[in-house]
Design a protein around this ligand. Structure first.
Ligand code: Q46
Ligand code: ZN
Length: 306
């Protein structure tokens, strides 16, 4: 096999594109393809201020890197989740990486605000990832608005999007089918949310990071082992191996044919939370209710210990 552009030895073969590329041609293809996805979905322009949610993993660090390389006004946002040593190590990776890019870094320390994910998990019947997703989405939106960013970008890749779609289709979660798109427009109380890597596989973002010397955290969050998404990703990879191109087709055809059918039916009734003002499905938003529980626990803890 040879690089399709220059004939040199390839570093990757991407069966879904029937494309083999050498190091240099892969790097420039990756950047062009990112730009093309941004334009295809009207995600943002060079005038927009983009806040990239970064975790220390390959996808989010590569996203901040490539957006800045393409000349976008992108900065980083990190939430310290308080998940033991994993969070400490991810914070170190994030801080040292962002320093090199010249981007600004906003850090929100959840442990000082409400408590880390392990503590919050104990207060609800939700799984760790569900609580984590809730507080992350809340803070992404709040912090972006407070700091004057009109776009929030996350590093979700094709494997993330296709596996989430797969599990939601298996459960016929119709609400999901009207809500997931690589760009969710700005609306009352929400900044625009975008996923510029939605068409790249995990393998492609990992290779882009490695070839650029991005020092990302390889270790997974300890809670990810319980996440169903890992299982769905494995199943999709097995299908992909037998029928190359299925993963990308499954996702793109959903965007083209299924999302438009369900979008109209998705009618969220939201109101500003009475406590924090963020959009909420109830009078007090789920995050403020959780915070209230934390405060109650602290005050009863204090009174019982005297
Ligand atoms: S950080 Fe949070 Fe992930 Fe850890 S607790 Fe789950 S959702 S796995 S992206
Ligand atoms: Zn609230």
């Amino acid at each position: 096999m040879k690089c399709r552009i220059c004939g040199k030895k390839p570093v990757i073969y991407m069966p879904q594109h029937r494309l083999a590329l050498c190091r240099e041609d892969f790097l420039s293809w990756f950047e062009r393809y990112t730009e093309r996805t941004i334009k295809e979905f009207n995600m943002f322009t060079h005038e927009d201020r983009v806040l990239v949610a970064i975790s220390g993993g390959k996808d989010s660090l590569a996203l901040l890197y490539v957006l800045r390389k393409l000349g976008y006004r992108a900065d980083g946002f990190y939430i310290h989740l308080g998940i033991g040593e994993y969070s400490e190590r991810s914070r170190e990776k994030v801080e040292s990486f962002v320093k090199k890019t010249g981007a600004e870094l906003i850090v929100h320390d959840l442990t000082k605000d409400m408590g880390g994910i392990p503590e919050l998990k104990k207060l609800t019947s939700r799984e760790a990832c569900s609580v984590c997703g809730l507080v992350k989405r809340y803070n992404f939106n709040r912090v972006a608005k407070e700091n004057g960013y009109n776009v929030l970008a996350t590093g979700h890749n094709l494997d993330d999007e296709a596996s989430a779609l797969f599990s939601n289709v298996l459960n016929w979660n119709v609400k999901y089918l009207g809500r997931k798109f690589p760009v969710l427009e700005e609306e009352e109380g929400f900044v625009r949310k975008v996923k510029p890597f939605c068409k790249f596989t995990e393998k492609e973002t990992a290779l882009y990071s490695l070839l650029n010397g991005i020092d990302f955290l390889e270790e997974e969050c300890p809670y990810s082992e319980d996440a169903n998404s890992v299982f769905y990703k494995e199943v999709l990879n097995q299908i992909e191996e037998k029928f190359p191109g299925t993963k990308l087709r499954f996702y793109l055809e959903y965007l083209r044919k299924v999302y438009p059918l369900f979008r109209e039916r998705e009618n969220r009734e939201l109101q500003p939370c009475k406590v924090c003002g963020e959009p909420s499905p109830s009078e007090v938003c789920p995050v403020c209710r959780l915070r209230e529980r934390v405060l109650n626990l602290k005050s009863t803890g204090r009174s019982s210990t005297g």
